[in-house]
Structures are given as C-alpha cells and as structure tokens.
Design a protein around this ligand. Structure first.
Ligand SMILES: NC(=O)c1ccc[n+]([C@@H]2O[C@H](COP(=O)([O-])OP(=O)(O)OC[C@H]3O[C@@H](n4cnc5c(N)ncnc54)[C@H](OP(=O)(O)O)[C@@H]3O)[C@@H](O)[C@H]2O)c1
Length: 343
C-alpha cells in the first residue's frame, strides 16, 4: 500500500523535520504534498515540491495528513481532511484534551489507535519524552507522584523563536542594542525564563505546565497520579531537558530502573557520574532516542527517585513520534476513516 500524504505546516520547525523523517524512515508514500500558509504558497521545497494552499479542492484525495501548523489551523482544517476521508495525525494542542481522540506515544499506548475516528493527537514535546521513560517504571512499580522541572529549548516555540535567540545573541556579543523581544516576553539570550508557555485566564500555571499535567494522566491511563510541573525556557536551540522526581507505589532500586530503561524501546541510558556521564541537550539533538541519566535515590523519601531526561523536541518530541504513529496505523491496517454512526 502506498499512501498519498499531506504535510500541513511543511515550512515550519516541525514540518521541515517531518518531511525529512518520512523519507529517512522510508514511509510508504507514493506522494508527499506540502501545505503552509498563504505566505509560503508557491515556494519550492527541495526534493518535495511546491507548497500548496489549504482549500476544499487541494485537500481532496489524501490517505494521511500530518499537521504541525498550530492549533487554529488544525481546528479549522483537520476535520475537513477527515471529512474528505483522510486520517489526521495532529501535532498541535487543539484535540489533545478531547477524551474521544487518542493521544498516542508510539512506545507507550499504541493500542489507543484502535479507537480512532479519523483524528489522532501527538502529545506535547516535553510530555512525550517523559512518557517514554515513565511507562516502564509505571508498569514495574506504579507511580504515586511526579515533580518535574523542564529546561526547554527555543525550537519548541518554532522558527521565529530560533531566529530571536540568534539575533539577540549576536547583538549581545557585538555590543549592539538588544532587539525588542517579539516571541518571548523577556530577552531569551543569556537568560532563563521561569515560565515557559502562556499564563491564561489568570492561571498561575502556564498552558505548557497544564498540558504536561493533563497529558501525562491521559497517556498513562492513570488519572490518580499526582503531578506538579514547572516549565522554564533556556537559550538552547534543540532538545528539552527535564529534572524528574518519581515517587513510586512499590520500592524500586536505581539499578533496577537503569536495567528496565536499557531494555525499553526508545530510551538510552547515559549514567556514569564518575566520568561526568549524563545526558546533555547537545547530545540529545539529532537523536530519536530519549536519553536518561542521573538515576538516583531521593534521600528525602524511601520510594522516590531523581533522574535527568533529555530529548530532541523536534524529533521524538514531534516529528519522529508522528511518523511512528503513521507507521503503526499502516501496520495495524488503520489508515481509514471509520463510517460515522447515525446520530
Ligand atoms: N516545535 C516543537 O518542538 C513542537 C513540538 C511538538 C508540537 N509542536 C506543535 O507543532 C505546531 C507547529 O510548531 P512549529 O514549532 O513547527 O511552528 P513554526 O516553526 O512557527 O511553523 C508553523 C508552520 O505552520 C504554518 N502555518 C501557520 N499558519 C498557517 C495557516 N493559517 N495555514 C496553513 N499553515 C499555516 C507555517 O507556514 P508559513 O511558513 O507559511 O508561515 C509553518 O509551516 C504547533 O502547533 C506546535 O505546538 C511543536
């Protein structure tokens, strides 16, 4: 079976990597068509073709569409692709909270794909890497409570944020006045922003923090896990880093966790403190695997462990998982939109 695939948001940070991943992994596509905003329509993408506009005519005849064009575009266009008979894998936050829509990490809950009705949501990047590491621990010892602090890269906010970091860094290093921040509320160069995401409706947690708390429980199918999150933005281009405190239900030794994670799909253990062996953002960049290290006892609690988790937010955090979902749909013969039940 060879599919006709639409990549919506093909010119963006995630979309660019998505196009490369589809090719690199040899996804069975007979045609890949790039879509983006009116700004990019007509642009030639090397090895892919001309960027198309979203319209009722151009969206016909696809088997799979992978969206990374923001929540507004997904809200407007993903259902139209589904109505046209196409299965949509969506990277935005638009559908993740909908209980009817599967939210899938390929190593963690691929079984949720079986109940899709045309739309599948790809989790938030900072949640994604956490799930790959937590699932084996959940299965082995249960999880009671999580305390997570993130150190998120600017590519998680898109191409404009990467440009903003580079321009501010250049200005700072050359003694020039700092350009006015456009993407973040404060300068990001040589800085750490203690609230990644946006504060909505007077909430004292950011939407990024809320996403991690909600998506973790949905993906792990564990609504009773206690979870507390602080998300920070750091001047790093690729890879999110996370400090994770896991309080399990049953006691489990750090060595046992290391062994579990060595055997688990999608993870690589980098844990040799005597030689400064632990994951770094640079080491995670360009890798599909989630790197985990500094696995150690929390001295303040008999059933808690600390660890450090790093992953490329554009790869496993977005494009790689979306392509893995498409592959799983293909393997399970689920590349079809089920007929709607009469109301
Ligand atoms: N960056 C990450 O690490 C990451 C991880 C997981 C999920 N996501 C999600 O993926 C989505 C894209 O993120 P990104 O970082 O790739 O952003 P980005 O670099 O800003 O790219 C946005 C893409 O969407 C397109 N677009 C914008 N408005 C559009 C419209 N009205 N119609 C059609 N296309 C439109 C843009 O086209 P133009 O080039 O023409 O403007 C561009 O291709 C977001 O929903 C984000 O939350 C991102």
């Amino acid at each position: 079976m060879n599919y006709r695939v639409a990549v919506v948001g093909a010119t963006g940070a995630v979309g660019t990597v998505m196009l490369a991943k589809l090719r690199e992994r040899g996804f069975p596509a007979r045609e890949i068509v790039p879509f983006a905003s009116e700004r990019s329509v007509g642009r030639e993408l090397e090895g892919v073709g001309t960027v198309q506009p979203l319209s009722e005519e151009t969206i016909q005849g696809f088997d799979i569409a992978i969206f990374s064009a923001g929540a507004t575009t997904s809200g407007e266009w993903a259902p139209r692709f589904v109505d046209a008979g196409c299965v949509v894998v969506d990277n935005s936050s638009r559908f993740r909270r909908d209980e009817e829509i599967p939210l899938v990490v390929s190593e963690v809950n691929p079984h949720a794909l079986e109940r899709h009705r045309g739309l599948i949501a790809n989790p938030n990047c900072s949640t994604m890497q956490l799930m790959v590491v937590l699932k084996p621990i959940l299965d082995a010892a249960g999880i009671e409570r999580l305390i997570v602090s993130t150190y998120q890269s600017v590519s998680g906010t898109g191409v404009r944020a990467v440009d903003e970091l580079k321009e501010q860094t250049h200005a700072e290093l050359h003694g020039m006045p700092l350009p006015e921040p456009q993407v973040y509320p404060h300068p990001i160069a040589f800085n750490v922003l203690g609230g990644a995401g946006n504060f909505k409706d007077g909430d004292d947690y950011t939407d990024e923090e809320r996403k991690m708390m909600h998506e973790t429980r949905k993906i792990l199918e564990a609504p009773d896990i206690g979870i507390s999150v602080t998300c920070a933005r750091v001047p790093v281009i690729s890879s999110h880093s996370e400090s994770v405190n896991v309080q399990t239900r049953e006691p489990i030794e750090p060595d046992a966790v290391r062994e579990l994670l060595r055997r688990s799909p999608g993870t690589e253990v980098v844990d040799d403190p005597a030689r400064n062996g632990y994951p770094t953002a640079r080491a995670g960049a360009g890798r599909d695997e989630v790197l985990v290290g500094r696995i150690r006892r929390d001295p303040s609690h008999p059933r808690a462990l600390n660890m450090w988790v790093v992953s490329d937010n554009l790869l496993k955090g977005a494009a790689t998982n979306a392509v893995q979902i498409a592959e799983a749909l293909h393997e399970r013969e689920l590349v079809r939109v089920p007929a709607r039940q009469a109301a």
